[in-house]
Design a protein around this ligand. Sequence first.
Ligand SMILES: Cc1cc2nc3c(=O)[nH]c(=O)nc-3n(C[C@H](O)[C@H](O)[C@H](O)COP(=O)(O)OP(=O)(O)OC[C@H]3O[C@@H](n4cnc5c(N)ncnc54)[C@H](O)[C@@H]3O)c2cc1C
Length: 292
Amino acid sequence: MSIITGFEHFIRQDEPLAPHTWLRTGGAAEYFAEPTNADELVALVRRCREQDVDVRVLGGGSNLLIRDEGVRGVVIQLGAAAFGEISVKGQSIAAGAGAKLGHLISASVREGLAGLEMLVGIPGTLGGALHGNAGNHGSDIGQFTQRATVLARDGQVHERRRDEMAFGYRQSSLDELVILSAEFRCESEDPVQITKRMQKQWIIKKSHQPLAHENAACAFKNPGEMSAASLIEQAALGDARVGGVALSARHANFIVTDRGATSADVLKLIEMVREQVLERTGVELKPAMDVW
Ligand SMILES: Cc1cc2nc3c(=O)[nH]c(=O)nc-3n(C[C@H](O)[C@H](O)[C@H](O)COP(=O)(O)OP(=O)(O)OC[C@H]3O[C@@H](n4cnc5c(N)ncnc54)[C@H](O)[C@@H]3O)c2cc1C
């Protein structure tokens, strides 16, 4: 039996992945699956396990670099409506991992639930945010997370309670194959006050990142209390470029790509900046993106 037998309605072959990422570079996925519900997802993960096929999960592609040679095996995206539902109960808000983080934030603000608004402007899905504990200026998604449902590589679904999860700077213990959904505990507050805080945060965020039409991604994690952008500027690397890939003129810790850019150039730029920052400042920067 082929990997796609019976799954033809939600699996495509040789799907270019560049359009699914914010950098718009990289090759194709051998198989690209968009299951329409949890049963199809579980059946596919079990099939991949039986046939020893690699599986990866793609969120919004805002923290991901796909190598130019592409990806063997199956790439799953939780784009179907079944994975993006959002619901509110008292001071808790729950969502599927395929929901856009921005939609979760809008829903929480509308319902007068405070906390998540500080994450405004972070692109991508809830799954990606939980995987890397996305955050902004002292707030991160982990601090609100009460419960998560995950699907392991063996096709088993598990619940993770608050005390079974750990969140650190841009990392979480949720490293199972698929994060399916999560629940967040917020404080009740007047939606007008939450909206004001969110708008303020949004203005700050927008002024510190590449323009909306640019293909961009974060280059490095901030090392400890230091800012990767100031280390890059200190090392006089603000105008670093390799081929069609450069550091953003608006914020040195963002990579921006032109038409024709390749992932190999992105990797070369990251390595060049990492080496020179280390040489000139003594600080070793760690790349922010996951590389497939
Ligand atoms: C303009 C811009 C601004 C940004 N600002 C911030 C910021 O302020 N703070 C911040 O923390 N980040 C920021 N980022 C980085 C990025 O937006 C976050 O890391 C985001 O949470 C990634 O989510 P995603 O859905 O795009 O994940 P992807 O890039 O698709 O994937 C990232 C990783 O998460 C995994 N993943 C995704 N979904 C799931 C799932 N359901 N189950 C299991 N694993 C999954 C993938 O396998 C991959 O390893 C920014 C990026 C850009 C381009």
